[in-house]
Design a protein around this ligand. Structure first.
Ligand code: FAD
Length: 479
């Protein structure tokens, strides 16, 4: 016997679980299917974000930052630390507890909103009268039907051809978040967000980290001035980043006494280099999860990357089938997935769902953090836009001095004629929080003068945002 719903959501990551809750809030009968298992084999909704992405990485970034501060920066505040030690199993246990709280929180939210949760793999069986039949393969096989299906099956780490992840020596983000002992030498392939965040965690805990990047430029998507500033700081911290390398053979030697990974690569000067490490993290991008979905059963179209093909409004080629988050085009970010999930639920309910792709913030949670919204200076130059720029360094911000973290800057880019803000770029303390003001400003089409005229609390890091806005008009007050 099949169970009938108004909406079936496949995947309970940030895209799927938020879509399910919003659809239920709008009065629909909703099922959400997710196959992720916790260590005990039970359900672990929340997807990549909760289980092996945003949440555990931020838990470890926080713990490792505390450790780094105690080891290197407390002395600046007149605090002496002796006998500092690292209890890695406890640190990893705390991270797992944070993940569990989030898993349980989502199950609670499903109950509260009357979303029926199914633990197992959901796949298309066939088009049914007025909708679709979805098979759930889990502890108890189920058949569900609905007129509306939202695919939110997310993404998985991309492996390097010929070097599969074993999560012991060759690690994806999953293994990188649960290394049992601090590796003396850690190699990371890929200097994107995940590579830099994972590299930062283990460097702070004592690893000698080398990051190998194939592209010749560092953080190509980031504003050049901000990326250059960040690279300078990472170099000073001892994070070794080699750009323009070509990775060759990777050999894993597993030995009872001591295992190692040897990477052969050609550096930017064309020299052959051999690098030996205790662990290797590969973070070279992510691939959409569509393999278990059986899209052929209903003729759901995928693009050449294997992502579900959607339009601007997340509609697929099939009436009543939608797709959101990492499994479709666009940035692989949890908040982008959530926004799409909400918008799709509202469109199904006949409302005007809306996602503004121009104001999606980006954050890299290294220290210093890097955050931005809107266009970079190089993008503005490329499209021939007339713009004004203003920057303000945290070095001249009272709160940053009090914190003892004066690295980086805030940068504003505004239209030369109308002064409308076109982009805001930050490298520095709490950039992830500061960027929210810029997102609001851009959503409301504010000018840099609008921000410059707003009263910001003193002393606060947000004064650097106001000062950067003032700098657009060449009238900073504190620099
Ligand atoms: C290390 C790391 C750190 C990150 N940090 C950040 C960050 O700080 N900020 C940020 O915005 N983003 C971050 N991301 C990216 C973020 O995790 C993703 O963009 C986000 O999780 C995408 O959400 P989603 O709902 O589309 O998919 P996912 O979170 O991948 O969830 C998809 C879910 O669907 C399930 N599923 C797949 N196929 C099926 C099926 N057939 N049946 C049933 N269930 C299925 C999966 O098991 C999974 O639970 C990070 C990613 C990584 C790897």
């Amino acid at each position: 016997m099949s169970q009938a719903f108004d909406v079936i959501v496949i995947g309970a990551g940030p895209g799927g679980y938020i879509a399910a809750i919003r659809a239920a809030q709008l009065g629909m009968k909703v099922a959400c299917i997710d196959e992720w298992k916790n260590a005990a084999g039970g359900p672990a909704p929340g997807g990549t974000c909760t289980n092996v992405g945003c949440i555990p990485s931020k838990a470890l970034l926080q713990s490792s930052e505390h450790y780094d501060h105690a080891a290197h920066h407390f002395a600046d505040h007149g605090i002496g630390v002796s006998g500092l030690s690292l209890d890695l199993p406890k640190m990893l246990g705390r991270k797992d507890a944070v993940v569990k709280q989030n898993n349980e929180g989502i199950l609670y939210l499903f109950k509260k909103n009357k979303v029926t949760f199914f633990h197992g793999r959901g796949s298309f069986s066939k088009a049914a009268a007025g909708g679709y039949e979805i098979a759930v393969q889990g502890d108890k096989p189920e058949t569900l039907t609905a007129a509306q299906v939202i695919v939110a099956t997310g993404s998985s780490a991309r492996a390097l051809p010929g070097t599969p992840f074993d999560e012991d020596m060759v690690l994806s983000n999953d293994g990188a978040l649960r290394i049992g002992a601090v590796p003396k030498r850690l190699a990371v392939i890929g200097s994107g967000v995940i590579g830099l965040e994972m590299g930062s965690v283990w460097r702070r805990l004592g690893s000698d980290v080398t990051v190998l990047e194939g592209l010749p430029t560092f953080l190509g998507a980031v504003d050049e001035q901000i990326a250059k500033e960040a690279k300078k700081i990472f170099d000073k911290q001892g994070l070794k980043i080699e750009l323009g390398v070509k990775v060759g053979e990777i050999k894993v030697a597993k030995k009872a006494a001591k295992s190692s990974v040897t990477l052969a690569y050609t550096n930017a000067k064309g020299e052959a280099v051999s690098l030996e490490a205790d662990k290797l993290i590969i973070s070279i991008g992510r691939v959409p999860n569509t393999a278990g979905l059986n899209p052929e059963a209903v003729g759901l179209k995928l693009d050449d990357r294997g992502a579900v093909l959607v339009d601007e409004e997340c509609r697929t080629n099939l009436a009543g089938v939608w797709a959101v988050g990492d499994v479709v085009r666009g940035p692989m970010l949890a908040h982008k997935a959530e926004e799409e999930g909400v918008a799709v639920a509202e469109r199904i309910a006949g409302q005007h769902g809306h996602v503004n792709f121009n104001t999606i913030p980006w954050v890299i949670y290294t220290s210093p953090e890097i955050a931005w919204v809107g266009e970079t200076e190089q993008q503005l130059k490329a499209r021939g836009a007339a713009y004004k720029a203003g920057t303000f360094p945290f070095l001249a911000n009272g709160r940053a001095r009090a914190l003892g973290d004066t690295t980086g800057m805030v940068k504003f880019l505004a239209d030369a004629k109308t002064d409308e803000i076109l982009g805001v770029h930050i490298v520095g303390p709490m950039a992830s929080e500061l960027i929210a003001e810029a997102v609001v400003a851009m959503e409301f089409k504010a000018s840099s003068e609008d921000i410059a005229r707003i009263c910001h609390a003193h002393p606060s890091l947000s004064e650097a945002t106001k000062e950067a806005a003032l700098a657009v008009d060449k009238r900073t007050l504190n620099f």
